[in-house]
Write a protein that binds this ligand. Sequence first.
Ligand code: USQ
Length: 382
Amino acid sequence: MRVLILGGDGYLGWPTAMNLAAAGHECCVVDNYLRRRIAEATNSEALLVAPSLTERARVFAAVSGHEIAVRIGDLNDSDVMFSIVREFMPNAIIHYAEQPSAPYSMRGFREARETLRNNLDVTFNCIWAVKDIVSDCHIVKLGTMGEYGTPDIDIEEGWIEIAHKGRKDTFLFPRAAGSLYHTTKILDTDLLWFYVRTYGLRVTDLMQGPVYGISTNEADLDPRLSPNFHYDDIFGTAVNRFLVQAVARVPLTVYGGGGQTRGYLALRDTLQCVRLAAEKPPARGHLRILNQFTEAFTVNDLAERVKVVGDKMGLDVAIASIPNPRKEKEEHYYNPVHSGLIDLGLAPHYMTEDVITDMLERIIENKDRIVSERIMPRVRWS
Ligand code: USQ
């Protein structure tokens, strides 16, 4: 397939591009380095130094023999989106090109507006480019499990049948996000659903939980191919943050009561899921929604897992509950269905002690690069 990866510089975008290229697909990545600019402006730079996309594509071609085309441009600009789609004529577009941080989206008016505009404009431009130029192309859009929030009923995969006053119909599952960032993903889903049912587009919306990990088959070929591994309060996800905190000897920052449950997955499994979704597209006129995570934990469970392994490695890990900077339920029911990707062929990698040990070892090698000011939460919801 010819696969266009929007947001190809990101924590997930770059490893996805290498993985798809290694599987024999022709790949082109596009990015405007928005995340790098935000990271610089907010003192939230990643632990591992990632060279520019052009440089990483050069290194990857040298070590693997697989070429990845690179385009630097702002996909908020419809001319940029349209000209890249016209030039590359993709069979599939993987759309990661969004401002991905919940805390950043809650930092103030400017950041909220930037998140809203960026995320919706890129999705809108992507939809129109597909509709007008490559109408058979499959859009694989990264959504988030956070679209559903934490309702007191089981979460289905995107859709729910509702019986009401003697009649029934199927609707998008009710959504209730906990940040403006997560809300932009709900709005994306609504836009996609409108254009799917009106123009017969072919779309997969992947409701992904927080991702953790550093290693992938391709990233491990050369240190310069590593993903942007963040541990800061802006871009770092819970597991990656806890691992770095353990190495930095900072008590693990459990927000509030720590009973918040989320569905997590390893970076390797994101790659599997995205590839399976891309290689097995839905029919035209279908919005396929899949819940993308492999195991659910509370924040307290996660902290405990990191502590058990960290202590065995002599890190003497402490855990501290700190006031929750977010507005979210700290005790709640959580039981989302997640069988769709398994049915497509996903073989999950779980968060074993070995996996945690490997990540801690890698972080220990880069210990001198940890900046402690990036660890404590700097953004509050209210
Ligand atoms: N948390 C802590 N301590 C920390 C960091 C987080 O207790 O130091 C808690 C949060 O309060 C939350 C949970 O851990 O309850 C997950 O937080 P997170 O920062 O790992 O994840 P989140 O901000 O929700 O966002 C991340 C990605 C986002 C993706 C989302 C999936 O940044 O792009 O969409 O995970 S999900 O969480 O399922 O919505």
